[in-house]
Write a protein that binds this ligand. Structure first.
Ligand SMILES: *[C@@H]1O[C@H](CO)[C@@H](O)[C@H](O)[C@H]1NC(C)=O
Ligand SMILES: *[C@@H]1O[C@H](CO)[C@@H](O)[C@H](O)[C@H]1NC(C)=O
Ligand SMILES: *[C@@H]1O[C@H](CO)[C@@H](O)[C@H](O)[C@H]1NC(C)=O
Ligand SMILES: *[C@@H]1O[C@H](CO)[C@@H](O)[C@H](O)[C@H]1NC(C)=O
Ligand SMILES: *[C@@H]1O[C@H](CO)[C@@H](O)[C@H](O)[C@H]1NC(C)=O
Ligand SMILES: *[C@@H]1O[C@H](CO)[C@@H](O)[C@H](O)[C@H]1NC(C)=O
Length: 458
């Protein structure tokens, strides 16, 4: 009888969790099955609507899709000229923008030849498709951005480059993010000092790594914001001195800590930890290394949830980001006031050009105790911040991308001047206005696609 009651309670609490994890309902929620006149669903529960048709762009089909490839990747929309999508926005603030890419061959068109840039709300978010090949030939590739939208429309412009005249996309998502996902401030960690970094939510962010530590991959099906969290093994420098840990109990979400939207149960119920098994505290670090492109700032979000200690006030550890002390003697129970309660911390760091990697280390501190857990990490996210040219991928600003499309002359010389032009553009409103005026008279095909809310839903 007791056993029955227990399993009933378990089922009840499990189904509550399942219901909860699907509660977030975004005011703006566009899922477009690009290049298709038919709607479809992804992961059984995400409806993607048909693309809007227009004579300017090409819809293509993959005649030989790989087995088990979701149907959103069976079609693609091809752009041969700069083309803009415009999404009406109901709810200003941070939005997820995701692009799905799967390069295939269709009717003598090799999508692997594509070269293009993508502009989102005046940011250059993407300018080198080559770096996704041949990866996205075998597996679909999703790139994700977090963009602050301050107006009634979000614009996405695909700009094929002059040589390839080819851009494509298999699916597009534009979704309101929960208000607490990107806060206004973070801590800037530079030369060993912590300073306040303000206006974080006004930066364009590219999600570079989203890693669940000590557990299996978490798929969009088990994440309320349809994110993917990959396992940490490939980033861990050495597993010597640490162990993976799984917790079967309930995660105690609390106001002031991480919400279920910040990190789902499946992310917080696994961790990697340092455990002291005898009278001495081990003198080790757990270190993860993330390859990055230097010359940008990065947001490193660390997720903690003490799922392994037997009681509060036993776990103390140090946290280092890029070898710099970010937390000394961190006592999670002091922050969360309970066990199994999630907490996250945001640090902005400079991505070093010569190292080309960021690191996160967790190790025992001077307060660490023997015979208990002496270090823990549950998840890490690494996000790239736009640079001063409002770009996430190169030193070319959006105005220049559009302007250079009409320069028939020596583009080589133009490109070397790009950085200077962008600086001038951002410094001088007068010049900026003139450039925009001249751009408006340019004959690149404007707005062939204008998605209104109705035809998107239809
Ligand atoms: C398309 O076919 C060509 C020739 O077989 C091949 O080289 C290329 O990699 C293919 N492209 C893609 C995206 O699979
Ligand atoms: C694009 O990415 C590829 C592969 O990572 C790299 O070899 C190439 O230099 C990059 N091109 C530009 C213009 O950055
Ligand atoms: C979702 O999470 C549950 C519980 O951890 C797991 O058993 C299941 O395989 C996951 N489903 C998918 C589609 O990832
Ligand atoms: C504790 O265990 C570690 C290995 O787990 C060993 O290296 C160390 O010498 C032990 N310390 C004591 C005091 O027994
Ligand atoms: C742990 O990493 C920090 C930062 O890189 C370093 O200062 C410290 O010496 C390391 N500790 C051990 C035991 O390797
Ligand atoms: C990102 O772009 C914004 C303009 O939208 C700018 O204010 C900010 O300084 C840029 N970020 C960085 C790190 O340069």
């Amino acid at each position: 009888m007791k056993n029955h009651l227990f399993s009933l309670l378990f089922i009840l609490s499990f189904s509550t969790l399942t219901v909860f994890s699907h509660l977030f309902s975004p005011p703006d929620n566009y899922l477009i099955n690009s290049g298709s006149t038919l709607p479809t669903t992804l992961h059984q529960n995400r409806p993607f609507t048909a693309d809007s048709t227009s004579s300017h762009t090409l819809f293509i089909n993959n005649q030989n899709p790989l087995p088990n490839l979701p149907s959103i990747y069976h079609t693609a929309r091809v752009f041969t000229k700069p083309t803009k999508y415009s999404f009406p926005i109901k709810d200003k603030g941070t939005h997820f923008v995701r692009f799905h890419f799967h390069a295939f061959n269709s009717s003598n068109l090799d999508l692997g030849r594509a070269q293009f840039q993508i502009l989102v709300d005046g940011y250059v978010v993407f300018s080198n498709f080559t770096r996704f090949l041949p990866d996205c030939q075998t597996n679909p590739r999703v790139v994700e951005y977090l963009i602050w939208v301050d107006s009634e429309k979000l614009s996405i412009v695909f700009v094929p480059n002059e040589d390839s005249k080819l851009a494509f996309v298999n699916a597009i998502e534009v979704i309101s993010a929960p208000k607490d996902l990107v806060p206004e401030t973070a801590q800037y960690l530079s030369s060993g000092n912590l300073k306040s970094f303000d206006g974080l939510n006004n930066q364009a962010l590219e999600v570079v790594y989203r890693v669940t530590v000590g557990g299996p991959k978490v798929t969009p099906f088990n994440d309320s914001l349809w994110r993917t969290w990959v396992p940490d093994d490939q980033f861990l420098k050495s597993s010597v001195g640490s162990e993976k840990y799984y917790f079967g109990g309930r995660i105690n979400y609390w106001v002031g800590g991480a919400s279920r939207e910040v990190g789902p149960d499946n992310v917080y119920n696994t961790a990697r930890l340092i455990r002291s098994k005898n009278d001495s505290v081990p003198n080790v670090n757990m270190t993860w290394v993330f390859p990055i492109v230097g010359g940008y700032k990065y947001l490193v979000r660390l997720h903690f949830c003490d799922i392994a200690s037997i009681s509060m006030r036993l776990l103390y550890f140090n946290v280092y980001v890029n070898g710099q002390l970010a937390f000394e003697d961190l006592d999670l129970s002091l922050v969360t006031n309970s066990l199994a309660a999630p907490f996250y911390a945001d640090f902005v760091v400079d991505g070093d050009v010569s190292i080309g990697a960021l690191s996160v280390s967790i190790g025992p501190s001077k307060s660490s105790l023997p015979h208990v857990i002496d270090g823990m990490l549950n998840a890490v996210e690494v996000m790239k911040l736009n640079n001063t040219h409002k770009s996430l991928d190169g030193d070319v600003c959006a105005d220049f991308v559009l302007k250079s499309r009409r320069s028939r002359g020596n583009t080589g010389i133009f490109l070397t001047l790009v950085a200077a032009v962008c600086i001038v553009l951002s410094l001088s409103i007068v010049i900026r206005r003139r450039i925009i005026e001249s751009r408006e008279s340019v004959s690149w095909s404007r707005l062939p696609v204008n998605l209104s809310e109705n035809n998107v839903k239809g």
